[in-house]
Write a protein that binds this ligand. Structure first.
Ligand code: PCA
Length: 327
């Protein structure tokens, strides 16, 4: 029996190498690690991106999405793609803020708070982002924002003072700075670990989108969502340039076309997501409220401090970017 299986395996192998196994013979299979769960709109968008490429290449380039940090955890994804362990991946751009200020520029509090402003900021930032990624052997494929960021808590927060001493969940270094300036205690936690972190008291508050609140069932561990609309952080999808260069020209074309479509689709999805998921929070009995004038003023002040610190770090290029954005 074993002999027979071996013989059949050997036969199909040789048929494959003769090119008799059909179009799958010359197939490239790419693993694509992404940080967020399957149902999340970024992950759904990536799945459509992969399906478009599959279709356009007649199945010669297959991309398999590994969601929720299942193949590489979020903080490892960028390095994995740089090293070519994974040819393609997605991260929250600002997770890499400590590597270069350009990665932080989408997440400066109250700089760009709506979709039009976020798009303008992205357009202004894009050449710098592309250059930075190129210097790391990477190529930007597309970038899509999250819905605006609001404050989740277990009670009403009416001023910055109310944040003092609370354990503040962060997803990038800038939020760490916000927490510190507010007298709170920052703790970096990835989305898949959020429910446990709240349930076990490792964190008290977080700033994130309505989307992530719904994805992680915030109603199980939080009661209030203060809709601060502080910024719209973006995800970036990028490819290892050497891996991209190895693709056939028609495959490269298919990847670039699918990326363009994913970016356009993603910005629309994100906007729809904002409305749908803010309503879902209300339906789940979370109190959704605007920030008080006091809280808003306090956060704005912190935002100004952070913008000044960022500009000092980002030097003339950063300064130019901010000026172009404000034009
Ligand atoms: N959700 C992600 C990043 C921004 C967002 O809305 C998170 O909470 O980690």
């Amino acid at each position: 029996m074993t002999m027979l299986i071996r013989a059949v395996a050997a036969l199909s192998l040789s048929l494959g190498s003769l090119g008799l196994a059909g179009p799958v013979a010359a197939q490239t299979a790419w693993d694509m690690p992404v940080p967020y769960p399957d149902g999340n709109f970024h992950t759904r968008n990536a799945a459509q991106f992969a399906a478009d490429i599959d279709k356009a290449t007649g199945g010669s380039l297959k991309i398999k999405i590994h969601s929720a940090g299942s193949l590489f955890k979020h903080p490892e994804i960028k390095r994995a793609v740089r090293q070519g362990t994974a040819p393609i991946g997605e991260i929250l751009q600002s997770l890499a803020a400590n590597e270069s200020p350009v990665y932080a520029s989408d997440s400066l509090p109250f700089l760009a708070t709506g979709y039009d402003a976020a798009k303008k900021l992205y357009d202004v930032q894009k050449p710098y982002l592309q250059k930075q990624l190129e210097s790391e052997g990477l190529m930007l494929l597309y970038s899509v924002p999250w819905p605006p960021q609001g404050l989740y808590a277990k009670r009403e927060l009416n001023s910055i003072n109310d944040l003092k001493g609370l354990k503040f969940r962060t997803y990038n270094p800038t939020i760490g700075r916000i927490a510190s300036l507010a007298g709170a205690i920052p703790t970096q936690i990835e989305v898949p670990d959020l429910p446990t972190a709240f349930a076990t008291g490792r964190v008290d508050v977080m700033i994130t989108s309505a989307s992530t609140g719904v994805d992680t069932k915030a109603q199980d561990y939080l009661t209030h969502y203060i809709d601060t609309q502080a910024w719209l952080p973006r995800n970036i999808v990028f490819v290892n340039k050497a891996a991209f260069d190895k693709l056939k020209p028609d495959e490269q074309k298919a990847v670039l076309a699918a990326a363009k479509a994913a970016e356009e689709r993603g910005w629309k999805l994100s906007q729809e997501e904002m409305t749908i998921k803010t309503k879902a929070l209300k339906d789940a009995k979370i109190v959704v409220m605007p920030p008080s004038a006091d809280l808003k003023a306090g956060l704005t002040k912190i935002g100004e401090t952070i913008a000044a610190e960022w500009a000092a770090k980002a030097g003339p290029e950063g300064q130019k970017m901010l000026e172009d954005f404000k034009k």
